[in-house]
Design a protein around this ligand. Structure first.
Ligand SMILES: Nc1ncnc2c1ncn2[C@@H]1O[C@H](COP(=O)(O)OP(=O)(O)O)[C@@H](O)[C@H]1O
Ligand SMILES: O=C(CO)[C@H](O)[C@H](O)COP(=O)(O)O
Length: 482
């Protein structure tokens, strides 16, 4: 049974009928597309009033976010005004003993496309997708079909770590059990067949391939944890000389148009004739883009299932001993990492409604005396990289509001330790923190975090990663196809 859906389709956004097909009536995808510069504005973090989309400006841009607990879409116009958005939880399918994630993701993708109102769909000219970082699929290089189950973002392959540490520079980003490279090496060491006709893809790359049909293309955010160096825009020699290097995808910038939307999908769903599919990014970078912050020292904490931290910095830092790495954002760096703490622990203990009601009872100005390390299961990536770190969630007080206060405060302490670590490692000093993800709706938690971090903390105007992916689609819409 497909997951449940919730939809918002702002009535204020009125689409004026018309067509955005080129004046000559040809499909722009079949000819070289006019290059129209669109610099993606990382401009001010201000809400833009809803607008009536004029007939000349009715091109819309679609972003899809495939997060940990569910997927969402956001369709925006050229001003960044949301024209439609919705989300779905992943349907649960079993494949033997494990969840059939590939079937869930594929089904959710096409259900979300169906969820887009037709009079929005027909104006969409560009699509991009973000996914969870280091979620890795090894697929058949001919058919694109997975050769086994995916390795999820927080899965660790310690068996491969010694081999990876022996080929990579000391403390390189890939020297973590949960890196994409460790997953690739673990797969390579455990399989006998299919090695020659295999291709590595990340979750977002594979979902985008379902739409554009060009196998083996990724972006320099998703490819970071397999070893791609976004500073020199290439894979390093120590990686290219490995026997499995032929599995590595080609890499371009996020938001690069790869190809037209496949014709069967375009006609089935009624997308624009010249609709292009662009490379994506990871979910926490899409959340950063959604916040539209642009000054070094600005940071975004994504309070999703995990606690993902991104600080805009002029300097690049990385140290796998602490789970710290730097993603490229144009000419700057997004430094940070992702803790396994965060919403997944909360969801193990409380429903979203309970979180809302219990949070009302919390006085955020009072410090909680409870000291936990909230994790959904053993294993932490950042600011401590320890695959064996156990959760610490006891003693549990009688009163659930007190318990929640202690957990929220303890997660805030992890966040504070993370920003302190980035400062000690030489990143640009954090000045203010915007909040994305499901936890951003909790105003009490924002106040707790402000007190613990000693910094201004606010909710970003756009907290959904899908909005950031839509900004990538907007960026790619007017570029030449690869
Ligand atoms: N009021 C709340 N306070 C704190 N956390 C919340 C609240 N409501 C939902 N959450 C948390 O938000 C998380 C979902 O956020 P989301 O960004 O959708 O996650 P993801 O994209 O990682 O799946 C859940 O783990 C849930 O516990
Ligand atoms: O926690 C995660 C899933 O939600 C991912 O690890 C998160 O995307 C952080 O990875 P990156 O910094 O590469 O985006």
């Amino acid at each position: 049974m497909a997951g449940s859906i919730s939809m918002t389709y702002p009535a204020s956004a009125i689409l004026v009928s018309g067509s955005s097909i080129s004046k000559s009536g040809n499909r722009l995808c079949s000819t070289s597309r006019k290059r129209r510069e669109t610099v993606m504005s990382l401009g001010s973090n201000k809400e833009r009033p809803g607008v009536v989309v004029q007939s000349g400006d009715q091109r819309l841009y679609l972003g899809l976010d495939f997060g940990t607990s569910g997927a969402r879409f956001s369709a925006i116009d050229k001003d960044g005004t949301i024209q439609a958005e919705a989300k779905r939880e992943y349907p649960w399918y079993k494949n033997g003993e494990t969840q059939d994630w590939v079937r869930s993701w594929r089904e959710t993708l096409f259900l979300l496309l169906e969820d887009i109102p037709l009079d929005v769909r027909k104006h969409i000219v560009s699509i991009s997708i973000d996914g969870t970082s280091a979620t890795t699929l090894i697929v058949d290089s001919e058919t694109g079909e997975p050769l086994g189950r995916p390795f999820l973002y927080n899965e660790s392959c310690p068996d491969a770590l010694p081999m990876v540490k022996s080929i990579a520079p000391p403390n390189h980003t890939v020297c973590s059990g949960s890196s994409t490279l460790c997953k690739l090496v673990s797969w390579w060491n455990h399989v006998d067949s299919n090695k020659k006709s295999a291709q590595l893809l990340h979750q977002a790359d594979w979902l985008l391939w379902l739409l554009h049909g060009k196998l083996g293309v990724s972006d320099y955010n998703n490819a970071l944890k397999v070893g791609y160096d976004p500073e020199v825009d290439s894979y390093p020699a120590w990686l290219l000389r490995q026997p499995y290097s032929h599995l590595l995808p080609s890499v371009v910038a996020p938001g690069t148009p790869v190809s037209c939307l496949k014709e069967d999908i375009r006609t089935k769903f009624g997308f624009q004739n010249d609709c292009v599919v662009c490379t994506g990014t990871t979910d926490s970078i899409a959340a950063f883009l959604a916040a539209r912050v642009s000054q070094p020292g600005d940071a975004v904490t994504s309070l999703g299932s995990t606690l993902a931290i991104k600080l805009l910095s002029n300097t690049r830092i990385e140290d796998s001993r602490f789970g710290v790495y730097s993603h490229r954002l144009d000419d700057k760096w997004l430094v940070g990492g992702a803790s396994n703490s965060g919403g997944a622990v909360l969801r193990q203990l409380f429903t979203d409604d309970q979180l809302e009601k219990l949070s009302e009872q919390i006085n955020p100005l009072e410090a909680s005396p409870l000291d936990y390390y909230p994790l959904p299961k053993a294993g932490e990536r950042f600011p401590v990289s320890d695959p064996n770190l156990s959760p610490r969630l006891l003693p549990r007080p009688e009163n659930d509001a007190e318990y929640l206060h202690g957990i929220l405060e303890s997660i805030a302490r992890i966040e504070a330790k993370a920003y302190e670590l980035l400062k000690e490692m030489g990143a640009t000093q954090v000045m203010k923190v915007f909040t994305a993800g499901g936890g951003a709706k909790n105003e009490k938690w924002i106040k707790i975090r402000e007190r613990v971090l000693g910094l201004p903390v606010s909710r970003a105007t756009h907290t959904e990663a899908a909005y950031g992916a839509a900004l990538l689609a907007l960026r790619g819409a007017n570029q030449n196809i690869l």
